[in-house]
Structures are given as C-alpha cells and as structure tokens.
Ligand binder design. Structure first.
Ligand code: SF4
Ligand code: SF4
Length: 192
C-alpha cells in the first residue's frame, strides 16, 4: 500500500474509533460547558483542530487510556459528566502546549476542569489528603517507616532535613491557604 493511502486509511479508522467511543446523545450535551471552561481559564476548546499532536507528545496519553485529544473532543461536544470523570491524570508538564498548532493549552484546560470539579462536586479524597500533608508536613507524601528504612539503606539523608525550615515553610503554606480560601474550598482544618 502506498504511504499516502495508508496514512489516509489510518486517519479515517482513527476518526471512526473516536466517534464510536463518543456517541453523541443530545441529553448528555451541556451546551454551556464550553463557556464555563473559558470562564475558569481553560481557553476556548473550539480552536482545537483535533490534529493529535498533543496526544502524540503527552506522557500520560502514551501510558494510559486518557488521551488528551479525546478529553478536548468531549469538551467540544459538551459531554461534561464524561469529561469530569477523567481530568486528574495530567502531569501539567505543558508538552502539549509546546506542540499545539492552534495555540491551545491543554494543560490549562485540565486545570480549569479540576477547578470545576472541586467547586461543583467537591474535591476527590486524594486531593484532601495531599493538601493536608502539604499544610502539616510541607510535602505531598508522608514518609513512612518503610520509606525511612529504604532511604537509610540507600545512604540518603533522614527526613525532614531541617526541622526549623520545615516549620517556617508550613507556617507560610498555611498562611497562603487561609488567605486564598483554599482550606475552606478543600474542607480542611488547619492547625496553628
Ligand atoms: S495539538 Fe492543539 S489542535 Fe492539535 S489536538 Fe491537541 S489541542 Fe487540538
Ligand atoms: S500537560 Fe498534561 S496533557 Fe499536556 S502533555 Fe503534559 S501530561 Fe499531557
């Protein structure tokens, strides 16, 4: 098969696969969703050409079922419930933005979707526990006994490296959380 024909056939079968994955059922389409995304800072998804560059360079799309182009397509179609079930898997590395010919920033779109979820449906449990860790410990993950042992075995320093720095950092983090209302939004009680 000549390469141009092969490319065309691939494009057609790929398009069909997307349409099969995303059946257009009118009742599922929220016509205000595109506007809502713009208001949350996610940009105008209508500019997306569906070229697939973003998916091609996205580390998450390459390793999981979450393909960023599909998420954008669902946003264009107003499939709000489907979209809001998927946007957490993104490393916000911005590679997609660097390769987008339409000037769209899918990473900002994902951040906007996260804002919409937290405000309208409440934060997922892992966001609450990570936020609490950041406020209390100054880091997202707790250092379990197992991790401490492993660090020791690998010859790494004991954590925290500097307790006074950690206390200062967590004080600042809590101040920012209070000032921005993040603690209330996520629903965590901050200690003094
Ligand atoms: S690279 Fe840009 S135009 Fe292409 S599919 Fe991704 S967001 Fe859309
Ligand atoms: S910012 Fe998110 S969507 Fe974009 S390339 Fe990185 S992981 Fe993929």
């Amino acid at each position: 098969m000549n390469p141009i024909t092969a490319k065309k056939e691939f494009a057609i079968s790929e398009k069909e696969a997307i349409l099969e994955e995303l059946p257009i059922i009118d009742e599922e389409c929220d016509r205000d969703f595109i506007k809502e995304i713009i208001e949350m800072g996610g940009g105008d998804v209508q500019v997306c050409l569906q070229c697939g560059n973003c998916t091609g360079v996205c580390p998450v799309s390459l390793k999981t079922e979450n393909k960023i182009r599909n998420i954008i397509k669902m946003c264009q179609m107003g499939l709000k419930d489907k979209v809001l079930a998927t946007p957490w898997v993104c490393a916000t590395c911005h590679r997609c933005f660097e390769h987008c010919p339409a000037g769209m920033n899918p990473a900002e779109l994902v951040i906007a979707l996260r804002h919409i979820i937290v405000r309208q449906r409440g934060p997922p449990f892992f966001v609450v526990s990570i936020s609490k860790n950041v406020a209390d410990l100054g880091q997202a993950v707790t250092i379990s006994e197992e991790i401490s042992k492993l660090r020791k075995k690998l010859g790494l320093r004991e954590m925290p490296f500097d307790e006074s720095q950690r206390l200062k950092a967590t004080r600042d983090i809590k101040m920012i959380m209070r000032a921005t209302g993040y603690d209330k939004l996520i629903g965590i009680a901050l200690s003094d």
